[in-house]
Design a binder for this molecule. Structure first.
Ligand SMILES: C[S@@+](CC[C@H](N)C(=O)[O-])C[C@H]1O[C@@H](n2cnc3c(N)ncnc32)[C@H](O)[C@@H]1O
Length: 265
């Protein structure tokens, strides 16, 4: 996981597509961080949630981000500095976070489906929260059916064995419904569990633009798993499928439901 995200860190959330940042900001809004609070971002990536968290808790609060990818951690530090705010960002494992709490809130955007044991991770985060502290995770709900059954289905055929990501594990089991995610949080010992949903609508200039986007996220592994002698043929099939998925204004893209599962310790 660390090497995958190190490889894609440069292009991650940097290909001109509104996707990662609005999802993270929506999660931060739901967690409603206040000045003076202590916030932890698990799997902080390049800081899409950490930057608004750090801004919201302000100089009287603390913001901490951990990520398994050193490349992501470097870029999150740079983003915090560029934003003129302050946070501690360290390499760390979401399964065993070694951070000093307690925290008033924990955010984790688009991370849980990458973990070896999401329930164990959520259980490990709970003692880091103050009594009554909030936890919020973002995961994916349904997406445009045509995109799912053509583009994603074709790419998915090249998923390496045991791959963990939004388009494999992230669509099954607890991740397949609001109720499944709510039950996961309850099983980990949290209360006041609720779900908020929103939709993000990434749009692409052309199939090449979509490929750059796809290579900048976890799907990159599917591209890397295509046998070299079949690459041109698979890419052509995918581009044809992508080109056929257009909205009412003729723009290429899909609509993706996003699920925020929020709870208290
Ligand atoms: C899709 S990105 C989301 C990043 C960030 N939360 C955001 O919203 O942009 C998933 C992140 O989870 C991190 N990650 C995956 N497994 C992890 C683990 N076991 N511990 C910590 N971070 C992990 C990856 O390195 C990557 O930065």
């Amino acid at each position: 996981m660390a090497t995958l995200f190190d490889r894609l860190a440069d292009s991650y959330d940097a290909v001109g597509v509104d996707f990662i940042t609005p999802i993270a900001r929506g999660l931060v809004d739901e967690l409603d961080p206040r000045p003076g609070e202590a916030a932890l971002d698990v799997g902080c990536g390049k800081g899409a949630a950490l930057v608004p968290l750090a801004r919201a808790v302000g100089p009287s609060g603390t913001a901490v981000g951990i990520d398994v990818s050193p490349g992501m951690v470097d870029r999150a530090r740079a983003a915090i500095e560029e934003a003129g705010t302050s946070a501690t960002v360290e390499v760390g494992d979401a399964m065993h976070p070694e951070v000093d709490g307690p925290f008033d809130l924990i955010a984790s955007s688009l991370v849980l489906f990458f973990l070896s044991d999401p329930l164990a991770a959520l259980m490990a985060w709970r003692p880091l929260l103050r009594e009554g502290g909030r936890v919020g995770v973002s995961t994916f709900g349904p997406l445009t059916e045509r995109w799912r059954t053509t583009v994603d289905a074709e790419l998915h055929r090249h998923a390496p064995a045991h791959v963990k990501d939004a388009r494999t594990d992230g669509q099954a089991g607890p991740f397949s419904s609001d109720a499944g995610m709510e039950e996961l949080l309850r099983s980990a010992g949290y209360g006041d569990v609720r779900t908020v949903t929103t939709t993000v609508c990434p749009r692409f200039d052309d199939p090449e633009h979509w490929q750059r986007f796809s290579m900048s996220v976890g799907q990159r592994r599917f591209w890397e798993a295509i046998p070299p002698d079949r690459y041109d043929e698979v890419r052509a099939t995918l581009f044809e499928a992508v080109d056929a998925c257009r909205d009412d204004e003729g723009r290429i893209g899909f609509d993706q439901a996003v699920r925020y599962t929020i709870a208290s310790a």
